[in-house]
Design a binder for this molecule. Structure first.
Ligand code: EPZ
Length: 416
């Protein structure tokens, strides 16, 4: 099993460019099912979650070719509407396929998506949206079958601004008859990217990025070319890496508007942030504890909660982190404790007492973002750390060790 070996106490310095966002790429790849022809996506990250989505589209009949950071997806041959169980389990995001397959073929069969380490991950809001559009949804024997003789535009209100449910509803509604209005929609930037791609295909979607999205159904969509938006979570992770190692790091190809809640918090902690039109620079200062509450966008992103908790482990004073999005997203705490962190978890709240220095240890990544947090902790810790189960990290961070090496980190990938 591959692991990272890290020698800590190295100040990271230099520039790093972030590539396309995993969480924008996955719904856009699913949206290609809504048309028939060759779609061209640029700045597509090489991640295991993207490879999993490629495998699913191929099983459905698509032809996919990668050329460097571009992906050509030919959906002419899509013939199936059933996602194999083992592929559904591999990646929760396969639930995004329900909307486009229902929108294009009026039927879809998926197995219940695997939850994952961070919580049960229900899909009740996804199903409610599809039923509002006229789908008949049956759940039995671990499968979900959805069928609709016709999809009709509807008013959809989400009890919670779910990112995936908003994206599924958009993709099911673009070919429905009439107008759909989604209220209390998620406002994440990745949803704006999906709107841009759908409109390039000939859809008529407005309002993404706000809490109300309006979709006027059309009869046909066409293949499109699109450059995926940059990955704000990778960008935030590299900024936090600069802060935790007391370094000086500039992240390129990122707009500060995607990270206001994060850069604002980093300044509160004591880092010095300089924003230019397409990059963000961080220089660390003396770190002091702060309180953080994760919220839907534009609030503090849950995907940067774990990396930020690593940073607060070595900030002066006490910090309190409240995780309001997922039930079980503190799995990095036990591992950080092995490195000397002083953290107490009570339900959805973590209380962190800052220490001056962590010490290297052998730890295991429990999930994607917790894995990222452990790498950051190891970069700052005294001595050597080993981080096992890096396959979790490879799901969402492209060649993380190479990118950190380019900033001076002493990290290697070892085959066990
Ligand atoms: C997306 O997941 C992201 N994944 C997640 O990133 C991200 O953490 C999350 O949005 C929140 O920003 C992708 O985009 C592929 P949600 P998603 O639906 O769509 C509950 C990463 O690390 N909920 O907004 O699954 C759910 O249980 C991943 O890159 C329902 O109750 O997130 C959770 O508690 C992790 N019923 C909360 O809403 C539903 O029908 C947020 O879920 C759907 C969701």
């Amino acid at each position: 099993m591959e692991k990272f070996i890290v020698m800590g106490e190295v100040q990271l310095t230099g520039n790093i460019r972030v590539g396309g966002a995993k969480n924008a790429t996955l719904p856009v790849m699913a949206a290609t099912l809504l048309c028939s022809g060759v779609n061209i996506l640029h700045d597509v990250p090489e991640l295991s979650d993207i490879k999993a989505m490629q495998e699913i589209l191929a099983v459905l009949g698509a032809k996919i070719v990668r050329e460097g950071s571009s992906l050509l997806i030919d959906t002419t041959g899509i013939s199936k509407q059933e996602i194999p169980e083992h592929l559904m389990r591999e990646m929760r995001a396969s639930v995004f396929l329900m909307g486009p397959l229902l929108g294009k073929f009026r039927k879809v069969r998926v197995s219940y998506p695997g939850g994952c380490a961070i919580g049960p991950r229900p899909i009740d809001l996804h199903i409610k949206a599809l039923e509002k559009l006229g789908a008949k949804v049956k759940e039995s024997y671990g499968y979900i079958d959805a069928e609709a003789s016709v999809l009709t535009g509807a008013e959809i209100h989400f009890d919670f601004p779910s990112v995936g449910a908003t994206e599924n509803a958009m993709m099911a509604a673009v070919l429905a008859k009439g107008t759909t209005v989604i209220r209390n929609a998620a406002r994440e930037p990745e949803i704006v990217d999906l709107q841009t791609f759908l409109n390039k295909m000939g859809a008529r979607v407005i309002g993404a990025g706000s809490d109300t999205i309006r979709i006027d159904g059309v009869t046909k969509l066409f293949p499109a070319e699109h450059t995926i938006m940059p990955d704000r979570i990778q960008a935030g992770t590299f900024l936090i890496a600069g802060a935790i190692t007391q370094g000086d790091v500039t992240v390129e190809n990122i707009s500060s508007e995607y990270l206001f809640s994060v850069t604002d918090k980093l300044e509160e902690i004591g880092a010095d942030i300089t924003v230019s039109n397409n990059s963000i620079r961080i220089k660390a200062g003396e770190l002091r504890g702060v309180d953080i509450k994760t919220l839907p966008f534009p609030g503090f992103p849950t995907d940067l909660q774990a990396p930020m908790l690593s940073l607060l482990t070595v900030a002066k004073g006490t910090s309190i982190i409240t995780e309001t999005i997922f039930e079980n997203r503190f799995k990095h705490v036990d591992e950080l404790t092995r490195m000397g962190a002083k953290i107490k978890v009570e339900g959805r709240t973590a209380i962190i007492r800052g220490i001056s220095k962590m010490t290297g240890a052998i730890v295991a990544a429990p999930d994607l973002r917790a894995g990222g947090a452990l790498v950051l902790a190891a970069l700052a810790a005294q001595g050597i750390s080993e981080i096992e189960q890096v396959y979790h990290i490879d799901r969402g961070y492209e060649q993380l060790e190479l990118k950190l090496q380019s900033l001076g980190a002493r990290i290697i990938r070892s085959n066990g």
